[in-house]
Design a protein. Structure first.
Lengths: 272, 310, 445
């Protein structure tokens, strides 16, 4: 009886998982069917197949520019974040100072006060800093990451102090301590954070939409939205599928290749 | 002790070049380490909060004259679009948080063992996490197309007719909610998987030996031990319910007739389309206040969870 | 003069003119760069065609380099343009929905074309006369030319010939009045097994399209719909509006010849191509798109009349945002004159289905041949004599949506037409109040 229940449960979950993947399946199938076939909804078409849709999507949109902008934005955010969260995380993990509780609470609150919620005032601030319509403007509100600070605090807390003490006794300078002791031991936390940060910002839409107006500063998500929901695509769903694929492909590919890394990053970031 | 050593090192390094040995204050290392983060935090989180509260109290009139007062809030509460958006958002929150948590927990429980098959199934469910919500919107624009879209196409084969999933005011919010559930469930499932890994197997085995059924074990052992996980996931789900509006922006634009208007979309409309920054600020203040108060409850649970663990 | 001085003098004699020539070449080689924001509000590969046109323009005009930027729908283009102007980085030129021009004038965000036209020799009045008269009200505001029409449309009734014959209707006599329209739609609607296999009529009811078609119906019912000369008044709560909304209400909820709920343009065309709707109301801007994709026999006709024939103008005009330097404005003017020349206007019209706003375009032989080969393109042009201006008021989009929200509610039987017009009028009045208080109701002391 046990085994039957198990089978039923397995079938149920498999059905759910298959249902979950249907949109992706359609995306893959439809993007490979050029023209405007009448049964574009079919998941099991007979063909013909071709790469025309990708060529058309590439031509209609500005994908090279969008890729570049998105990479620059995500990379820039991550670079600054890694520095700020490591420093702040270390401070909370190892140092004792007045107002610690209050400052920690201030970071805690930032978990909720994310940039999309504060679009209205942040836009005004960007304008006064002359950062409106620039990639730097998109990046700036994310340079401090409360989430990252918590993660690094946990990470540093988990590093036994013996390592640092040993290094100190050996006469290591602060720089050496950081490079050869702390950073290597903190790497798992940093990598986990990097994965979460890159994923989150690659997929960000509303804030980049508002913060940037020129086409030369557009990122992938905003480009895709203009491209796919504009009437231009009209009934050319194959092209929409192809364009969507080109936006989603990089992260999906990374995920499928480094599944366990990805999964453990997201999970690791949740455990406090 | 290592801390003291490091602090000592930092201090001596800082004062090395001075002729007179001045000792930097105790808080300097912390200030240096926390400085950048706090600067950005102040500039892009806390200063905006002050600004938006102030902005909500500035009542604009035609051609640039302004006064200070509660006029924006009066207009806000009198605006049927806002009340509709608020109600919709409550329904949206309930419709996304409940189902996605239940599904996520169910899937996590079913897939908690790590085998080849469960690995694949987990991957399939987690994939939506990796794509932007606007990409999901583009795909679902087709899937939910009346008549020719994927859903109607296959429903037709089962004998059902054409359903206007996004154009029928009674169905539109449900459709938008379903897309969000599709997107987030895998993400929450990951956290439940981690939480379940922390439930000691011997506890469950002992209960099984004592004759406790699966439901009993779930209720009495698993769920309580998952408390901290819930305490973490629920605020995130709440935050998502307020901030995930990308698909409304691209698919329905709040329509048909306000059926999918949500608070953040309302704010976006007032700011971007109507140039009404007073109204947008007031709406932001209300939304943030609601979010903070609702999250306070969840955070209390989280606090309990932290103390429980440590 | 000693050798050194002579060499110096010689060197200078060569160097200075050379430097000047280089400098001038550099200046000439540095074209004025401007952006053109353009929307694509209808289906078809218009964005690619526009980019192609701009590439052609750039290669033919050394001093100007235009970057064509696709900015989405009419509403999206409006948002992006306003954002750019506010940020102090206005594009050189924008193809703006014709009914938003008034608002830009009210907010003082665009330059009038009169000075530029006059500098090039000629009067603004004569210049705008080269375009169809129906386009003037949306282009000439407060006596000055603020928009140069680029593409224009009227809504057309597309209908499936085979469906007509099958239903016993004469495909050469499409419905010309509202009563004929209802009769035809009833005959064309096919229900089997409790499900509607073919609808009589479909029309896009998404934001912008909905208001456009509604305004046409109201004006065909004898109404003005809005004050064409003053941006502070709308006539939502009026008998002509009530009649138009009642027509829609009956067709959807009583006769059930139009599917309930909001259908977007894609749903309409998909259904039309598949024979699942016998008639559809769609912009002439989609004419070429329909021609390319409709495999079944179809024709186009005027929108049926009630009290009179009336169709709203749609389309877009080129505007000159404020905040550009004189060089950029000159470059933009070069682009605008090229884009609106008879040849290019005609080419764009033939590609899209929009009719060419420039009268002279129809004198060109290519255009004459095109109309002979494609009589459906002529229908939109012929309907021009019944054209009325497009809805434009203060805060156009919000005031427009005040009505659209109600129409969308009618499509789902959530409100009655009487409730709809009352609510819409109230909301619109509230939105127009700030403007009205500064103009018509200005405090006289």
């Amino acid at each position: 009886m046990k085994a039957e229940w198990r089978l039923v449960r397995l079938l149920g979950v498999s059905a759910a998982a298959l249902l979950w993947v249907v949109p992706f399946a359609w995306m893959a199938v439809a993007s490979l069917r050029p023209g405007v076939p009448t049964d574009i909804a079919s998941l099991t078409p007979a063909g013909p197949f071709g790469l025309d849709n990708f060529a058309m999507a590439w031509k209609s949109g500005d994908f090279p520019l969008w890729y570049l902008n998105t990479l620059a934005m995500c990379g820039g955010i991550l670079a600054v974040q890694l520095v700020t969260i490591s420093m702040a995380g270390y401070a909370f993990a190892r140092l004792r100072f007045r107002g610690q509780e209050l400052l920690f609470a201030a970071f805690l609150l930032q978990l909720l006060l994310i940039p999309p919620l504060l679009i209205v005032p942040n836009l005004a601030i960007l304008v006064s800093l002359h950062l409106y319509d620039s990639l730097l403007g998109i990046m700036a509100p994310y340079f401090a990451s409360a989430f990252g600070v918590f993660l690094m605090r946990q990470t540093f807390r988990a590093i036994p102090r013996d390592y640092e003490e040993a290094a100190m006794l050996e006469g290591a300078s602060v720089a050496v301590l950081i490079r050869h002791v702390l950073l290597p031991l903190a790497r798992p936390g940093l990598v986990a954070f990097a994965i979460v940060s890159l994923t989150a910002h690659w997929n960000e839409f509303l804030w980049p939409l508002m913060a940037v107006s020129s086409p030369r500063n557009q990122v992938l998500t905003v480009g895709l939205a203009t491209f796919a929901s504009g009437a231009e695509a009209g009934s050319a769903w194959g092209i929409v599928a192809a364009g969507t694929f080109m936006v989603a492909a990089p992260l999906l590919l990374m995920f499928l290749l480094f599944q366990r890394r990805f999964v453990s990053s997201f999970v690791f970031s949740g455990i406090k | 002790m290592a801390t003291a050593l490091i602090v000592e090192r930092l201090r001596s390094g800082l004062s090395a070049d001075r002729a007179v040995k001045l000792s930097p204050p105790r808080w300097l290392p912390a200030a240096v380490l926390l400085g950048p983060s706090l600067a950005f935090l102040a500039a892009f989180t806390y200063w905006p909060v002050i600004r938006v509260v102030a902005g909500s109290l500035i009542v604009g009139r035609f051609a640039g004259q302004t006064t200070v007062g509660f006029g924006n809030y009066q207009r806000l509460f009198a605006d049927p679009h806002f009340s509709r958006a608020a109600w919709n958002n409550l329904a949206y929150a309930g419709g996304t948080i409940g189902p996605s948590l239940v599904l996520a927990l169910g899937l996590a429980l079913a897939l908690r063992e790590t085998t080849r098959l469960t690995g694949i199934l987990r991957t399939l469910v987690v994939m939506p996490l990796l794509i932007p919500l606007v990409a999901a919107a583009a795909l679902f624009s087709f899937i939910l197309l009346p008549g020719d879209g994927l859903l109607d196409f296959y429903l037709h084969r089962l004998g059902l007719g054409m359903v206007n999933w996004l154009g029928d005011p009674d169905l539109a919010l449900g459709s938008v909610t379903a897309i969000t559930v599709w997107k987030n469930t895998g993400y929450y499932m990951l956290f439940f998987l981690a939480g379940l890994a922390g439930v000691p197997q011997d506890l469950l085995d002992a209960a099984k030996i004592d004759g406790a059924g699966a439901m009993r074990r779930l209720r009495s052992i698993t769920l309580p031990l998952l408390g901290p996980t819930f305490g973490f996931v629920v605020p995130i789900a709440l935050l998502n319910a307020l901030t995930q509006v990308d698909h409304v922006v691209t698919m329905t634009q709040g329509g048909p007739s306000d059926a999918t208007n949500l608070l953040l979309y309302y704010i976006y409309q007032q700011a971007a389309q109507n140039d009404d920054f007073g109204l947008a600020s007031a709406a932001t203040v209300i939304s943030v206040a609601a979010l903070l108060s609702l999250s306070l409850i969840s955070f209390r649970t989280l606090e309990r969870g932290i103390h429980y663990e440590s | 003069m000693n050798s050194i001085t002579r060499r110096t003098a010689l060197g200078a004699a060569i160097a200075v003119p050379a430097a000047a020539a280089l400098a001038r070449a550099a200046q000439a080689a540095a074209p004025t760069e401007i952006e053109l924001f353009f929307p694509v509000p209808v289906q078809g590969m218009l964005a690619n065609k526009m980019k192609e046109l701009i590439d052609r323009f750039n290669s033919g005009h050394e001093g100007v380099k235009v970057t064509a930027v696709y900015t989405g729908s009419y509403d999206d283009t409006n948002l992006k343009t306003r954002a750019a102007i506010k940020a102090g980085k206005p594009p050189g030129a924008v193809i703006m929905s014709a009914n938003f021009v008034r608002e830009y004038v009210i907010n003082d965000e665009v330059e009038p074309f009169d000075p530029i036209i006059e500098k090039a020799g000629g009067t603004a009045a004569a210049y705008i006369d080269a375009f169809w008269p129906a386009l003037k009200p949306n282009a000439v505001i407060d006596g000055k030319v603020f928009g140069i029409p680029f593409q224009n449309s009227t809504p057309l009734l597309y209908y499936n010939v085979e469906a007509f014959t099958e239903a016993g209707l004469n495909p050469d006599r499409p419905p010309a009045s509202w009563s004929e329209w209802i009769t035809a739609a009833k005959a064309l609607t096919k229900v089997s097994g409790g499900q509607t296999e073919r609808w009589g009529l479909m029309f896009p009811a998404t934001y912008d399209y909905c208001g456009w078609i509604t305004s046409g119906l109201v004006m065909a019912n004898g109404g003005q719909y809005f004050n064409h000369d003053y941006g502070g008044e709308v006539f939502y709560d009026a008998p002509s509006t009530l009649g138009a909304l009642t027509l829609v209400d009956k067709m959807v909820n009583q006769f059930k010849v139009i599917p309930p709920g909001v259908s977007d343009a894609n749903a309409c065309t998909s259904a039309f191509f598949a024979g699942r709707t016998a008639m559809m109301v769609l912009s002439t801007g989609s004419l070429s798109f329909v021609r390319d994709n409709m495999k079944l026999a179809y024709k186009v006709a005027f929108l049926p009349r009630s009290v009179r024939n009336a169709v709203p103008i749609g389309g877009a005009s080129l505007i000159l945002p404020k905040g550009n330097t004189p060089e950029r404005q000159a470059a933009a003017w070069t682009l605008i004159t090229w884009l609106t020349s008879p040849e290019i206007a005609g080419e764009w019209s033939r590609f899209t289905g929009y009719f060419a706003p420039r009268k002279a375009a129809y004198d060109l032989p290519e255009m004459k041949k095109y109309l002979d080969d494609h009589p459906d393109a002529k229908v939109a042009l012929d309907q021009l004599r019944y054209a009325v201006p497009w809805f434009d008021t203060y805060n156009t989009v919000a005031v427009r949506k005040a009505m659209e929200d109600q129409v969308q509610a009618i499509l789902s039987a959530k409100v009655t037409p009487a409730e709809a017009i009352a609510t819409a009028q109230k909301r619109a009045d509230g939105l127009l109040r700030p403007y009205v208080e500064q103009t018509a109701l200005k405090s006289l002391g």
